[in-house]
Design a protein around this ligand. Structure first.
Ligand code: ADP
Ligand code: MG
Length: 679
């Protein structure tokens, strides 16, 4: 029995004979897509927009979904509802305009049992191809008016075949076109794809997996193909992580917690939770070593990571050394600065904010800034502990620069939680601490969707909270690309609300174009309840912390990403009161499928892990194509929850492999490449 799965015969059925023996390892990485027949300069450019440059990229461009199985039926017996397939002859065909730039093409199609009117919308060219007398195969749905055609074939069943792939490229490149390109690429190169894994798994060969990814016989085969490709990328990932693990840097060993830490605990207005205490204990154990700490602190938004991070920083201070906290953007750094400063002032510990170009020597015991702090030009007096916030926005390479340039103990924080066992593997170079539960006083935030036409209801609801002495956020739409125009739009919106829905309330404004001092002042006012409502752009996404704020309205919520909405929502629900998040959006009918699913995911759960999963799924559908992020979010075939066995298997396999021995190096390089901080 080969390791090709028994249920994998469909690959052969589709005309991809299983090759015998090993083919020469042709490097498809280097083979430009334009070498494929049918790919001219225009097509090459469109493909590039989707990150497809080589033949290999094309073959790894996974379908978004597959056409479902549909029965081929006589015309006289077509049911309403499900997809059906009809085979018949075109009797007549015509195109008519339906108003501005819209057309309907109608063909009368007949088989032995009867005839039906088949319609295509906005594809007038169909009439040129399907002349009367042509034998066609149609896939579509029966409607009151006839058959609404979704795809058709003349000759061999391809577009209309069951499980025909539908690609995320959508508007720019038709799926039918991509199918033909992929078919051509498989025919030309399918036999010579290298298959380096000595796996004994019940998984198909790499080349068969690629063929089945695009042209599976059924769902099960597509899933097996996905799993095989997931294994390949996970092995590359493990090898990449292995590179990072190799370090012989030395860090200062810190003495046990003392008097400063005691005062810190006394200053906090609450007792730390069991989860926070455990994280702190794990950090203390690391800090006592001379091997630099490389720990990931993960916990959902609002779970209380910041107090733990400050604990680690203060441990450095109490040993006469320095601590630094780095955020992915200047705005976030400023917000962290405010939080840390308010906690450190009563302790008599100075906190400095360094944004922009930093040069020369840094003296303050605690420094907050952006990743500019890791540049070699920045000279710390004696940096012992570094905290990196929103770890997933830092490229793995940056992680390494931080660990190698000098050797402080490093704590990474992320609010994109994944289960501990997975994190251990995926962030293979880090140890993991987890704040699995928020402080007990917390109630899950209630999230609801509101159609734009009912947004005044949302504001009535908000005023109820204000009248009860609570505070609120209104998040402005993400309409403009530039920070300046975004700021102007936010100003206009705040003005509109002051005169309209929020007349009589104290409304403040926060956006990215305010000077740091102005921004700090607004935040101070809101925290001191000198403002009732904060109208803001996404600058409030991370770090703003006002427990008395219990309701948030997000305008045009469909324009935001899932992770971003989750972060925004995390600004409420920080106290013991029940909190609400109202997502205002266009009516459901006008939303794209992904926008619809994004919003619904937020209503359905407040669990950051579930949302991270959903986000990965939706991203694969192209929402964020072109905006590359580093690390595990680049794993395109892996489903974190389904593939734990594969992750284990990849780790085992990677132990026995060397990067040089397989085609992993490019994939590994790509995974290690710098991700631009995305906020
Ligand atoms: P995160 O950084 O994980 O999003 P924060 O550290 O900002 O979360 O904490 C969110 C809120 O919870 C803050 O208002 C913080 O003061 C509060 N908080 C943190 N730890 C506790 C605790 N143990 N008990 C009660 N409230 C806490
Ligand atoms: Mg935080």
């Amino acid at each position: 029995m080969t390791r090709a799965h028994a249920g994998f015969a469909g690959v052969v059925q589709h005309g991809w004979p299983r090759p015998r023996g090993w083919a020469p390892a042709e490097r498809l990485d280097g083979l430009d897509v334009s070498t494929l027949p049918g790919v001219g300069p225009t097509m090459a450019k469109r493909l590039r927009a989707f990150g497809i440059e080589t033949v290999r990229d094309l073959l790894l461009h996974a379908p978004r979904r597959y056409e479902p199985a549909a029965a081929e039926l006589p015309i006289a017996e077509l049911p309403f509802g499900d997809d059906v397939v009809v085979v018949g002859v075109v009797r007549s065909i015509r195109v008519r305009p339906l108003g501005r730039r819209r057309t309907q093409t109608s063909a009368l199609v007949a088989d032995e049992s009867g005839e039906i009117v088949a319609s295509w919308f906005n594809q007038p060219w169909v009439a040129d191809r399907l002349r009367p007398g042509t034998r066609v195969r149609l896939r579509g749905r029966r409607s009151r008016f006839g058959l609404d055609v979704r795809s058709h074939d003349v000759g061999e069943a391809r577009a209309t075949a069951n499980f025909a792939p539908v690609y995320p490229a959508g508007e720019q490149i038709a799926s039918t076109r991509l199918r033909e390109l992929v078919r051509g690429a498989l025919a030309a190169h399918g036999r010579s794809l290298p298959d380096p894994l000595p796996a004994e798994l019940e998984l198909p060969l790499h080349r068969d997996a690629l063929a089945a990814l695009h042209f599976p016989a059924d769902e099960a085969e597509a899933e097996l193909a996905r799993r095989r490709l997931a294994l390949d990328e996970l092995v590359a990932f493990q090898l990449a992580v292995g590179r990072l693990r190799r370090t012989d840097a030395v860090a200062p060993s810190l003495a046990l917690p003392g008097e400063l830490i005691e005062r810190y605990r006394a200053v906090l207005p609450f007792a730390l939770t069991e989860h926070q205490e455990r994280a702190i204990m794990e950090i203390d154990l690391d800090l006592a070593q001379t091997t630099p700490m490389r720990r990931l602190l993960q916990g959902d938004v609002g779970s209380g990571k910041t107090v733990v991070a400050l604990y680690a920083l203060l441990r450095a201070v109490e040993n006469g050394r320095q601590g630094a906290l780095m955020a992915p953007t200047a705005t976030l750094a400023e917000q962290h600065f405010l939080t840390l400063e308010s906690l450190c002032t009563p302790l008599g510990v100075e906190v400095a904010l360094l944004t922009g170009a930093v040069k020369g020597s840094v003296e303050a015991p605690i420094v907050v800034g952006t990743h500019a702090l890791i540049q070699p030009e920045v000279a710390f007096r004696d940096l012992a502990v570094a905290v990196v916030d929103e770890q997933h926005r830092f490229g793995v390479e940056q992680r390494r620069a931080l660990a190698e340039g000098r050797s402080p103990h490093v704590l990474h924080m992320t609010a994109t939680p994944i289960p501990r066992t997975l994190a251990l593997t995926i962030y293979g170079d880090l140890a993991v601490s987890e704040i699995a539960k928020p402080p007990a006083s917390r109630k899950p935030i209630v999230t609801a969707r509101v159609g734009a036409e009912r947004s005044s209801d949302a504001y009535s609801r908000l005023r109820v909270h204000l009248d009860a002495g609570r505070q609120a956020y209104v998040v402005c739409p993400l309409i403009e690309q530039s920070e300046t125009r975004l700021a102007r739009a936010a100003e206009a919106e705040a003005e509109r609300l002051r005169r309209g829905e929020l007349a009589g309330y104290r409304v403040g404004l926060l956006h990215g174009r305010l000077k740091p001092a102005e921004r700090r002042e607004v935040m101070r006012q809101f925290a001191a309840h000198e403002l009732d409502v904060l109208v803001a752009t996404t600058v409030i996404e991370v770090g703003v912390d006002v427990p008395n704020a219990t309701i948030m309205i997000v305008q045009e919520a469909d324009r935001f990403g899932l992770a971003q909405l989750h972060q925004l929502r995390g600004r409420v629900g920080r106290g013991s009161e029940q909190s609400y998040c109202l997502l205002v959006s266009r009516p459901v009918e006008e939303l794209s499928e992904t926008a619809e699913r994004r919003l619904q995911a937020l209503v359905d759960t407040t669990d950051g892990f579930e949302l991270a999963e959903a986000d990965l799924d939706l991203r694969r559908e192209g929402a964020l194509l072109g905006t590359r992020q580093s690390g595990w979010s680049d794993l395109r075939f892996t489903r974190l929850r389904l593939d734990r066995d594969l992750i284990e298997e990849a780790r085992r396999l990677a132990d026995g492999l060397r990067e040089e021995d397989g085609p992993w190096q490019d994939a590994a390089d790509r995974l290690l490449a710098d991700g631009e901080p995305s906020a």
